[in-house]
Write a protein that binds this ligand. Structure first.
Ligand code: TYD
Ligand code: MG
Length: 461
């Protein structure tokens, strides 16, 4: 007997995991109570829903390796340097980019500015919105001082309507705001649920590839609720950028978490102003904070993506209020922070057993490389001993389990950035310093360190 397929599925609104049964706790992301019921997508109906017809016939046939012409994979500069940087050096025609972020963070603003820039360069753009009316977008554009004439706005959530307009206008860039408001008429589920989002993304991906159009889709990050978050479609797109920002900060970080065409962890830095998003030329200035360096701080020279940055690491130690001391860390991997506190305890003899410890990076930056280790340990040491850090010194080094300082990648770039930001000394592993012998350093002094013992001697203790 033929198996009858169930017509509803359950999916996790947080990560998009699917299951035929309701689950209290998602087996994918571990979140509780995030499962929602949704009608299953009916793929049989999709065949004539527009998805298949956009790819020219010759592209569907296999071609011999030798005959394939190397794609003139020319990147197109978007005109927004920080965005180009996050994309890995500009937009790639035929690629599908997802921009995720919390509602209100500035996704629509950024992409409206992007389309205006491209139009200024003679390209045509189609901005599709399922969220706002076109009058609202025009109003926003005018507030931003934009009046592009080859920018076409379409208020629609229908995939079929969008495909028809894309065919008519043949734009160089299509913006879909947002994927959670799009629906494929052939799929019987509500916009915003996992199945519908995947169907639409698959069609946009095909559209991008077959017409060599760059397609940007916006996805709102949702914690709870009936609509799924952008995680559901991350695996289907070429590039995933997340737009992040701290509550009261005006600064926004655009971070590449996946990129088929460039490095990940690349970040672009923006500031939200009354004239929209402005690019920040010298992000180190934001991440270094203001004023004199206090006890419990250290400056780290890190590399995020391909960009050298200086960031102030702040640590606070306070007598533990409970038997179990608290460890709180923002901006750095929690487990790494706990490991560093254990190393500091063992190798430097710090008594942390009865201390609550907090670690924070200034300006809402998140660092994913271990070159921050040394500065984190120094900030903790400085906080616990109440000793001010050496003046004008930045640090870069990974800390090993026996307290040894290990080398970091691309030390010259860190030296250059530290020097540019006015630092007088940079502490690195002895190996890094030996390698830099003879290099032009712009007047900054290098301090070679073998282990944490040598590092704390810099405090004069
Ligand atoms: P928006 O791009 O609509 O966010 P998203 O699409 O990610 O939901 O940005 C909304 C916020 O940005 C809103 O709180 C107002 C603010 N904003 C400015 O501060 N200046 C501006 O020039 C614009 C257009 C928006
Ligand atoms: Mg928006």
């Amino acid at each position: 007997m033929a198996k009858v397929k169930s017509t509803t599925i359950f999916f996790c609104a947080s990560c998009g995991n699917e299951s035929s049964k309701w689950l209290g706790r998602c087996s994918g992301c571990g979140e509780w109570n995030t499962y929602k019921e949704a009608p299953a997508a009916l793929p049989s109906k999709r065949k004539n829903s527009g998805g298949g017809r956009i790819v020219p016939r010759e592209q569907r046939q296999a071609q011999s390796f030798r005959q394939i012409k190397p794609d003139a994979e020319k990147r197109v500069a978007s005109g927004i340097t920080e965005l180009d940087r996050a994309l890995g050096g500009g937009m790639v025609p035929g690629s599908l980019v997802l921009i995720g972020g919390a509602p209100g963070i500035g996704k629509s603003t950024l992409l409206l500015q992007l389309s205006a820039r491209l139009v200024e360069r003679g390209k045509s753009c189609l901005y599709v919105t399922g969220e706002e009316s076109i009058a609202q977008i025009k109003l926003r554009g005018e507030r931003l001082g934009l009046s592009p004439d080859k920018l076409f706005l379409l208020a629609s959530g229908s995939l079929q309507e969008i495909l028809a307009e894309a065919e008519r206008l043949t734009p160089a860039l299509i913006i879909v705001d947002s994927i959670q408001t799009m629906r494929d008429e052939g799929t019987e589920s509500a916009p915003g649920n996992a199945g519908q989002m995947r169907e639409c993304t698959a069609v946009f991906s095909e559209l991008a590839r077959s017409t060599r159009t760059a397609v940007f889709i916006i996805g709102h990050v949702t914690k709870e609720g009936a609509i799924a978050g952008p995680k559901v479609i991350e695996h289907m797109v070429d590039t995933v950028l997340y737009f992040e920002g701290e509550g009261e900060h005006q600064y926004r970080l655009l971070r590449a978490v996946k990129n088929r065409y460039g490095p990940t962890n690349e970040i672009g830095v923006f500031e939200m102003t009354s004239q929209g998003l402005a690019e920040v030329d010298s992000p180190s200035a934001i991440f270094l904070g203001e004023g004199e360096r206090q006890t419990g701080t250290a400056a780290a020279a890190v590399i995020e993506g391909t960009r050298p940055l200086l960031v102030e690491v702040q640590a606070l130690a306070a007598p533990a209020s409970y038997n179990y001391p608290q460890r709180v860390c923002t901006g750095y991997e929690y487990n790494r922070f706990v490991l560093l506190t254990a190393i500091a305890e063992k190798r430097l003899g710090l008594k942390l057993r009865y201390q609550d410890l907090f670690l924070n990076l200034v300006g809402g930056l998140r660092v994913s490389e271990t070159g921050l280790d040394l500065a984190a340990v120094m900030a903790i040491y400085s906080a616990v001993k109440d000793l001010a850090p050496p003046a004008g010194m930045a640090l870069a080094g990974e800390v090993g389990l026996s307290g040894e300082i290990r080398s970091v990648a691309r030390p010259e770039e860190r030296v250059r950035e530290a020097s540019r930001m006015g630092f007088k000394q940079l502490a690195l592993s002895a190996k890094n310093v030996a390698k830099l012998k003879g290099a032009k350093l712009g007047g900054i002094k290098l301090v070679a360190l073998k282990d944490l013992g040598e590092a704390v001697r810099l405090f004069g203790s």
